[in-house]
Design a protein around this ligand. Sequence first.
Ligand SMILES: NC(=O)C1=CN([C@@H]2O[C@H](COP(=O)(O)OP(=O)(O)OC[C@H]3O[C@@H](n4cnc5c(N)ncnc54)[C@H](OP(=O)(O)O)[C@@H]3O)[C@@H](O)[C@H]2O)C=CC1
Ligand SMILES: O=C1CO[C@H](CO)[C@@H](O)[C@@H]1O
Length: 389
Amino acid sequence: MEQRRLGVILSGVTGRMGTNQHLIRSVLAIIKQGGVKVSPELTLMPDPILVGRNENKLRALAEAHGPDAIGKPLRHTTDLDAVLASKDEEIFFDASLTQLRGNFVGKAIEAGKSIYCEKPTATTTAEALALAEKAERAGVKNGVVQDKLWLPGIRKLKMLIDQGFFGKILSVRGDFGYWVFTGEVDDQPAQRPSWNYREEDGGGIMVDMFCHWRYVIDNVFGPVASLVAHGNVDLDSRVDESGKAYKATADDSAYGIFLLEDGTVCQFNSSWCSRVRRDDLLTIQVDGTHGSAVAGLRECWVQPIAATPKPVWNPDIPQPIDFTANWSQVPNATEYDNAFKIQWEMFLRHVALDEPFRWSLREGAKGVQLAELGLQSWKNRQWVDVKPI
Ligand SMILES: NC(=O)C1=CN([C@@H]2O[C@H](COP(=O)(O)OP(=O)(O)OC[C@H]3O[C@@H](n4cnc5c(N)ncnc54)[C@H](OP(=O)(O)O)[C@@H]3O)[C@@H](O)[C@H]2O)C=CC1
Ligand SMILES: O=C1CO[C@H](CO)[C@@H](O)[C@@H]1O
């Protein structure tokens, strides 16, 4: 049995996403399961090195998840240039602040590393495309996180579409969000980093979430042709990680209508200022001629035309129909692994075995494009076309 080692530089690993989804639930989970088993003869084994600017944070992270968790020390360093120059490391991954992505990823491309990184890849389409082109010119393998595609709820929706459950799809409605505390009241600290609420630091819900909506729509429902969007700074004062009040300058709610090439209408509401009274933090309802479905992050409920109740408008009596009845849950017919881990395993196979991986920096740039066009539509109060890139 051959074990092929893949040196993986993890940048931005001290952040929320870097630590939880990428280090613990993806790379370390892969190590703990014994690597990615390709065949009885071959296993791919990531060997991470944690990179960042804060030695203490890196050491604490390495100690917390090293020997006791994976049976060997976790490597860490603050010397990015040295690690990029090392032939021992093959892959560079970045989950640092969006605004730092271009610089870190650009350096790693120049060092000839295979690139994998979080979305958004930039805050403007021009920068995102330039990064994709740089990687393409250098001939390095590259990929961007598009995790929602591997969420059980979205996989179930895709399965229903492939099975023809909906008939003709008429509309798609996504509702995303929850209440993000402002931190102004003691004992209710904000649960997201403050940079998300400052436009000047790359924040804003449109930049954050339209990247996701782009690949979800393109991959599940079909190519986006045009959009109209509106955003809002609902709460303009928040308190940061150090307890200091700051002016929130970025949109914390965004509303988009996306018209697909085949005429299907998709709308997505995204808000950090909304209290949840629905099945999950993200729900997507699909209405078709033969049936409807509502997907959450993990579950999906369906109502075929034959089980569709016939409502009659009459506000003068209590609602006689229980609208949550007559829906059935799509069963879990398979094991659903962590969405980020699934994509990591595919990327490792792409690097080691040359297997196809279509979620590239260019695909990531399409997400940035949708966000930028959303901002443009909002500012100019107009529909905009989505040009191919
Ligand atoms: N796919 C998804 O579902 C999600 C993706 N994201 C994306 O992931 C990225 C990170 O978000 P999140 O984890 O929430 O952010 P965090 O603020 O939690 O983490 C930011 C990271 O960037 C590092 N960093 C910040 N400033 C600098 C600097 N000047 N130089 C070097 N490193 C720096 C931080 O290091 P330090 O610890 O030293 O400060 C930390 O590792 C964003 O691009 C975001 O859009 C976010 C949420 C979900
Ligand atoms: O997918 C995601 C889940 O929610 C977060 C927003 O609240 C996003 O930052 C993130 O990209």
